[in-house]
Structure formats: C-alpha cells, structure tokens
Design a protein around this ligand. Structure first.
Ligand SMILES: Nc1ncnc2c1ncn2[C@@H]1O[C@H](COP(=O)(O)OP(=O)(O)OP(=O)(O)O)[C@@H](O)[C@H]1O
Ligand SMILES: [Mg+2]
Length: 226
C-alpha cells in the first residue's frame, strides 16, 4: 500500500547539508502495525513526514496505492488518506472534542448531522464518554486527549495512520489504551499504522519493527512474514 524505494532526504541550509534519510526501501502493508525505533536524530520523524506527504524525497520514490506521491495532490492525500498523530496531541484548542472530530469531515463537506453521528460513534469507539464531548482539549487528561486525537485521525476517512511518539506523554495505563486502539485499527479495520517510538512496550506490541540508524532503515522483525 505504501511502497518506498531508495528514498533519501537531505536538509539543506546555507551552512550545512544533513542527509537525514538514506536510500530507504520498504513496503508497508494494510492490516499491519509497524513500529519505527532508533536513536534521537536518526531520521524517524523525517521519514514520517515524507510518508505523510509533508515533504518530498530528495531522491527515490514513494508510492501510495500504486501512485507516486509526486504526482498526486498532497493536500488531498493528507486530508483524505493519511492522518498524523503527535506526541503532544495537537488538538485544536478552541474547538470542543466533538468539533475536533467533526472538523475533518466538515472539510470534506459531509453534512453536519452525519458528521456528528460518525464523530459520536468514533468517540465511543475510543472510549470517550459523552460528558467529554463538549469540553475543550485542555479540560481533558493527556490520555483522553490522545484518544480524541485518534478519533480525529480516523474521522478523516483515510486508511493510513502515522503516529510520532503517540504515547510519549502518557502513563503506562493510557499508553496501553492507545496501543490497543492503534492495533485495532490495523487488525480490525485494515489500516496501515506506522508508529515512531522510543518505547519498548510499543515496539513489542507492533507486528513489525523497523529501525532507523543514522538515516538507514532496516527491518528488525516482521511477524507477518512468518
Ligand atoms: N528542519 C531541519 N533542518 C535541518 N536539519 C534537520 C531539520 N529537522 C531535522 N534535522 C536533522 O535531521 C536529522 C534527523 O532528524 P529527525 O527529526 O528525523 O530525527 P528523529 O529520529 O525523529 O529524532 P528524535 O527521536 O529526537 O525525534 C537530525 O540530525 C536533525 O538534526
Ligand atoms: Mg522525532
């Protein structure tokens, strides 16, 4: 579903160039939860932003459902196909939890009542009770905010979830909840789930583990290939 071939990315500034991703080649399949591990500065977030279409590779190709990411409308790709989840949740602070989740559907012009209905079922799915739906993000715990962020990511309607340290700000109980939600999206709903993590528990929960090492991507384990 997402195939990357010889992908490299170089940050170029006036004073220095930094090759953050070096000739990465891999195929990410639907129904699988991937963890990407590696030391700080090894290029994990850079790779994720390439997969999200936020940047284009300096060289190499990224194909999503057989289409080169260079030739598709990347705004639409980000809006409809691939959603990001961040360590610091990144919910819209001035929108309620419900409005955060209906937002991606409103952009896609889904009628308001349908958007609300779908948002309600997604919020239930991630385990957020109705009394949180009218609250603003800052009134929720970190674990609740991240559940809302998962619901919003799914609301966009795509089948690709890219998460950068999604459990980095959570205690182990909430970490568990988020891992299970992401795993469920892969196993039950057929999403491609790619999680960048420093956390061994998250990596152990994943079906496949990749490692970034000084910009180089390698596979450590893949239970789906057994
Ligand atoms: N905007 C930028 N301009 C220049 N260099 C950058 C930029 N962003 C990242 N880098 C460099 O690229 C390399 C890879 O960074 P990246 O953020 O992808 O690492 P990471 O594996 O996500 O690290 P961490 O675990 O700390 O989040 C690092 O050496 C970093 O300093
Ligand atoms: Mg990072």
């Amino acid at each position: 579903m997402i195939k990357i071939e010889n992908v490299s990315y170089t940050y170029q500034s006036k004073y220095q160039t930094m090759k953050a991703v070096k000739n990465a080649t891999y195929s990410f399949e639907p129904g699988v939860m991937y963890a990407i591990t590696g030391r700080s500065g090894s290029g994990k977030s850079t790779l994720l932003s390439l997969l999200a279409g936020l940047d284009l590779p300096t060289s190499g190709t990224i194909c999503v459902d057989g289409e080169d990411i260079r030739s598709i409308n990347r705004d639409v790709y980000r809006m409809k196909k691939a959603s990001m989840i961040y360590q610091a949740f990144h919910l819209f602070p001035l929108l309620t939890v419900m409005e955060n989740v209906t937002f991606p559907m409103e952009i896609q012009k889904l009628p308001g009542n349908q958007a609300k209905e779908r948002a309600a079922s997604l919020l239930e799915k991630v385990g957020l009770k109705e009394d949180t739906w009218r609250k603003f993000p800052h009134m929720l715990s970190g674990g609740e905010q991240q559940r809302a962020a998962v619901a919003r990511a799914v609301a966009a309607g795509g089948r690709i979830i890219l998460a950068d340290e999604p459990t980095g700000n959570l205690d182990s109980e909430n970490e568990e909840v988020i891992i299970e939600l992401l795993k469920g999206l892969a196993h039950e709903d057929g999403f491609v789930v790619i999680v960048v993590t420093h956390n061994d528990t998250v990596a152990e929960a994943a079906d496949a583990v990749l490692k970034m090492s000084d910009g180089e991507l390698s596979e450590v384990r893949n239970d789906c290939k057994k």
